[in-house]
Design a protein around this ligand. Structure first.
Ligand SMILES: C[S@@+](CC[C@H](N)C(=O)[O-])C[C@H]1O[C@@H](n2cnc3c(N)ncnc32)[C@H](O)[C@@H]1O
Length: 226
């Protein structure tokens, strides 16, 4: 386990709690706590929008942003993708690495926040961000980091729960305005990008898991032309 992809070997094993996380410790702690509350937080199945959107793509290099417990990363690796999976939570990464080991697939694990991660620029044929909880900043750092990782000709797929972005802040402290939504990624595009899909559609909901009650997705799929 390492924070630096350049030093990460395939099938690099189970992340150690003492590894070199790069990012805001408070964000890591928040997500570690959330994962630690349950033995399994998500469904363990690949996200339906990812499965649908990847169907027509030739496997290449993929970056899974906020990979959680690794269901997408393992599914992609099984289908021949060369997977790099990035996550702030070490608790989630330990589970993800265990699932990859059980499945007998190699994944490059990166324990870092997206905007602080050392990633090879413009190198991924697919960058997948499934329900990412990326904090919004005035300089659109997360949006730019997502776009910067995509290779010319490659695809960025951002999927989120529909209807959450338009909610008011609630008593729990959750304010949608604090997070990056697909529309903000669209705002960050320039003439080097083509929008292939930008829609709301019914979610292919997994059985179980903390997000199972969400019924519709926002799906954004953009291609880097050059
Ligand atoms: C709603 S969960 C989605 C997990 C997974 N993609 C899935 O669909 O099951 C959001 C994930 O993003 C991770 N995360 C939060 N902030 C992040 C950041 N700045 N960089 C990378 N991952 C982050 C969280 O730890 C969490 O695992």
């Amino acid at each position: 386990m390492t924070d630096n992809i350049a030093a990460t070997s395939p099938a690099s094993g189970i992340p150690s709690p003492a590894d070199d996380y790069v990012g805001d410790p408070a964000v890591r702690a928040e997500w570690d706590n959330r994962y630690a509350e349950r033995q399994q937080l998500w469904s363990g199945r690949p996200n339906g929008a990812l499965v649908a959107e990847v169907a027509g793509l030739t496997p290449g290099r993929v970056l899974d942003v906020g990979c959680g417990e690794g269901a997408d990363a393992v599914w992609l690796a099984r289908r021949g993708w060369d997977v790099t999976a990035l996550e702030v939570s070490g608790v989630a990464l330990e589970r993800a690495a265990g699932h990859a080991r059980d499945a007998g697939v190699a994944v490059h694990w990166v324990h870092a926040a997206l905007t602080e991660a050392v990633l090879p620029p413009a190198s991924f044929d697919l960058v997948s961000a499934q329900y990412p909880a990326l904090l919004r900043t005035p300089d659109a750092a997360a949006e730019r980091a997502l776009l910067a990782a995509v290779a010319p000709g490659g695809v960025l797929l951002v999927v989120h729960h529909a209807g959450v972005d338009t909610r008011q802040a609630d008593d729990s402290g959750f304010d949608p305005a604090d997070y990056v939504w697909p529309s903000m990624v669209v705002d960050a595009l320039d003439e080097d990008w083509e929008v292939e899909v930008d829609e709301q559609r019914p979610r292919v909901a997994p059985d179980g898991g903390a997000g199972a009650h969400h019924s519709d997705d926002l799906v954004l799929r953009v291609r880097r032309l050059r």
